[in-house]
Design a protein around this ligand. Structure first.
Ligand SMILES: Nc1ncnc2c1ncn2[C@@H]1O[C@H](COP(=O)(O)OP(=O)(O)OP(=O)(O)O)[C@@H](O)[C@H]1O
Ligand code: SF4
Ligand SMILES: [Mg+2]
Length: 437
């Protein structure tokens, strides 16, 4: 697993400034880590390595057993979350975002299994190897989750403050009176007057219930909070308030956040880094400021092109033809190849390796092979393109004229401001796809 700013094994860093920054980074990172860890209300767990990164997920693979086979919902996913950082995870429905989140806290449905080579290291402690009993000491206390549709998960017959106090009492072993006091403080923290804690869930609005769920996720002062679509069921105004709240909590508590959402504008506004998933795998991962300006992976480009709010001046939205594959039988090679207008012959045969570039962006696409500097090495011609697979439902003319599709794809990516790009990084005018044809 490589970290942002570091090359994958065997990949040279081509940019001298990035190289210098990568060498200088550890000291600065440790300072920031100490500052954020200093805000913790509780000491680190006994087995923690104080110098370890906050969360390092490596080769996470999760299957769901089903009659007559299994679904590999998450396939060899790796990423890092540093102290105080917000990582957004995006991708179409069914690409494995929720399964990734549930695997971290091991709250999978009964038919879910995590692969034995997977590791989920929190402060260097591998949670994937812990027994269920041992894991309970970390779940909620060190890593908590706001579930998809969470506001409906509150117990309807218990008062809000009692529900928030319960994990504090149980996990932190404090007495009931102190736990209730903390519940009141947490409610105030998320913008609900403490006295409203006497209410039952049905007496609160949707936005208030979602705030209460966030208070619950924060109850034990966890090191990592995962929000799985935490604002989806809310109206736009309340969504904005909840996101503002998460932003404030990040600033004030040094919260480290994994935010799963379909809404790319939320990631653009809230997160430092973004990980784009497709069919259970990582397509691209890196700094929001780089990826949203110069997406490299064709799927990322399509996803951004299909999103209405990123480029407000665009009149027509892109569509991604077809749909994600059935994970019981995913396509060979690159799983995106049946939908990719750049697909080459190799794409339907070989799984593209993940390559990390000098700007810290990691991409899994044959257009960017190991040893390259982040500029696509070839532009496919009509002859090189594979035909869309029959089982995707995409006919031969699904992309219309392929050159037109490629032009559209390029047009979907706004050129990055020159100060963000160094030669060789991204689709600049100097290094366009046309030029390297
Ligand atoms: N309990 C289960 N049994 C079998 N397959 C499952 C189970 N839960 C999820 N899956 C499958 O795993 C894959 C990933 O699902 P997941 O819920 O993680 O996707 P997601 O990216 O969170 O989607 P969404 O954006 O719709 O929430 C999908 O193909 C889904 O059908
Ligand atoms: S160019 Fe090939 S490897 Fe890259 S996304 Fe398209 S199909 Fe996948
Ligand atoms: Mg989901």
């Amino acid at each position: 697993m490589t970290e942002p700013g570091q090359p994958a094994t065997g990949q040279p860093i081509h940019d001298a400034a990035a190289e210098a920054a990568a060498v200088a980074a550890p000291a600065a990172a440790l300072d920031a880590q100490a500052l954020i860890r200093g805000r913790r209300q509780w000491p680190l767990p006994k087995q923690a390595d104080p110098n370890a990164p906050l969360l390092v997920v490596e080769h996470l693979t999760t299957r769901f057993k089903m009659a007559g086979g299994s679904v590999k919902a998450v396939d060899d996913v790796s990423f890092t979350l540093n102290d105080g950082e917000a990582l957004g995870i995006a991708g179409e429905s069914g690409c494995g975002k929720t399964t990734t989140a549930l695997s971290l806290v091991r709250l999978l449905p009964a038919n879910g299994r995590i692969g034995k080579d997977s590791s989920v290291k929190l402060f260097g402690i591998d949670l994937a190897k812990k027994s269920e009993d041992a894991l309970r000491r970390y779940r909620w206390r060190e890593i908590s989750i706001i579930f998809q549709g969470a506001m409906n998960a509150l117990n309807p017959v218990r008062r809000i403050n009692e529900q928030i106090a319960e994990p504090v009492e149980l996990r932190l072993k404090v007495n009931k009176a102190d736990a209730m006091k903390r519940a009141g403080e947490l409610l105030e923290l998320v913008g609900i007057p403490a006295r409203r804690g006497q209410a039952y869930p049905h007496e609160l609005s949707g936005g208030m219930r979602q705030r209460a769920m966030i208070a619950m996720a924060l109850a034990c002062d966890p090191a990592v909070v995962i929000g799985d679509e935490p604002t989806t069921a809310l109206d736009v105004m309340v969504q904005a308030q909840i996101l503002e709240l998460l932003e404030r909590l990040r600033r004030e508590l040094g919260l480290s956040l994994i935010l799963i959402t379909h809404d790319l504008s939320v990631i653009a506004e809230t997160c430092d880094r973004v990980m784009i998933m497709y069919a259970g795998k990582v397509a691209e991962e890196g700094a929001v400021s780089v990826i949203f300006r110069t997406p490299r992976h064709p799927y990322t480009q399509k996803l951004i092109g299909a999103f209405p709010n990123i480029h407000a001046d665009r009149r027509t939205l892109d569509v991604i033809p077809g749909s994600p594959p059935d994970l019981r039988d995913p396509p060979p090679g690159c799983r995106f190849h049946p939908r990719c207008p750049f697909a080459m012959a190799v794409c339907s045969v070989e799984v593209p390796p993940e390559v990390t570039f000098a700007d810290g962006v990691r991409v899994a696409c044959h257009l960017y092979p190991g040893g390259s500097d982040g500029v696509p090495v070839t532009r496919p011609t009509k002859d090189a393109l594979v035909q869309p697979a029959a089982d995707t439902g995409l006919g031969a003319g699904a992309f219309g004229d392929r050159d037109e599709a490629i032009d559209e794809l390029e047009a979907a990516v706004d050129p990055a401001p020159s100060h963000l790009l160094t030669p060789g990084h991204g689709l600049t005018d100097d290094h366009s796809l046309d030029e390297i044809q």
